[in-house]
Design a binder for this molecule. Structure first.
Ligand SMILES: C[S@@+](CC[C@H](N)C(=O)[O-])C[C@H]1O[C@@H](n2cnc3c(N)ncnc32)[C@H](O)[C@@H]1O
Length: 226
């Protein structure tokens, strides 16, 4: 397969990317220089389009890293509150510094720990909550073997019109063709991502769009009874 190992057209798409502001442009460059994981420019643009159309006010992000995407959400949506979860202490430290040095950081809650545990707590805390306390947009961008778990928790703490977006669902194309040493190292993630995508396909109460841009995105909404 032609593009199975690399992100197709990445350089071309990057060359057309317009950063939200100079601050995010600098942050993207420094994250890339330090090899910190962050959303691709194409992913940022799709997320920007989705949140620009749906205007979420309570965003949940699973996987903060250095805080780039959380800051993108906060800058793009001045009315929104962002809750983001990270377990790696090095990432936590950097994200904390990124949030505390920017005014948008005041609208970002960084929760530290394993996302599965934090989500379980949210599910308990929000069990009887009304819709105004639940999330209206969820971005899943953490451990690739746990997307099903994250998704099942997320859907319990979302409003019924929420969008849930999952990043990296193609895993560099290995989801279709897994050959070579690198794919072997990621075989657990590949196995569980495939199971997650099959699970989504079997859920007839969901509308699922699989986009093949960047590293693949799944955009999911609930089919609500009229
Ligand atoms: C791809 S990075 C997130 C990038 C970030 N969304 C951005 O675009 O700026 C994934 C992050 O998820 C974190 N992570 C992975 N599994 C996790 C888990 N179970 N609980 C909390 N954080 C997790 C990793 O430490 C890593 O920093």
């Amino acid at each position: 397969m032609k593009y199975v190992r690399d992100i197709p057209f990445k350089e071309f798409v990057d060359s057309h990317h317009r950063a939200f502001d100079d601050d995010l442009a600098k942050l993207r460059r420094s994250n890339e220089d330090e090899d910190v994981p962050l959303i691709f420019t194409e992913t940022e643009e799709i997320l920007g389009l989705l949140i620009g159309l749906t205007h979420p006010v309570r965003i949940l992000e699973i996987g903060t890293a250095y805080g780039y995407s959380a800051l993108f959400f906060a800058k793009k949506l001045p009315e929104a509150h962002i809750t983001t979860i990270e377990r790696n202490p090095v990432m936590v430290e950097a994200a904390r510094a990124a949030f505390s040095s920017r005014k948008e950081g005041e609208r970002i809650d960084l929760l530290i720990g394993d996302a599965a545990e934090i989500l379980d707590q949210f599910v308990c805390d929000l069990a009887d909550a009304d819709e105004s306390e639940k999330f209206d947009f969820v971005f899943i961008d953490a451990a690739k073997s746990h997307y099903k778990e994250f998704f099942e928790a997320a859907e319990k703490i979302c409003i019924k019109d929420a969008l849930i977006v999952c990043d990296n669902i193609l895993l560099k194309g290995w989801i279709v063709e897994a050959e070579g040493k690198e794919a072997k190292r990621h075989r657990t993630s590949i196995k569980y991502m495939k199971k997650f995508l099959e699970y989504l396909r079997e859920r007839d109460d969901l509308e699922v769009s699989i986009l093949t841009g960047a590293d693949g995105l799944a955009i999911i909404r609930f089919i609500n009874e009229q």
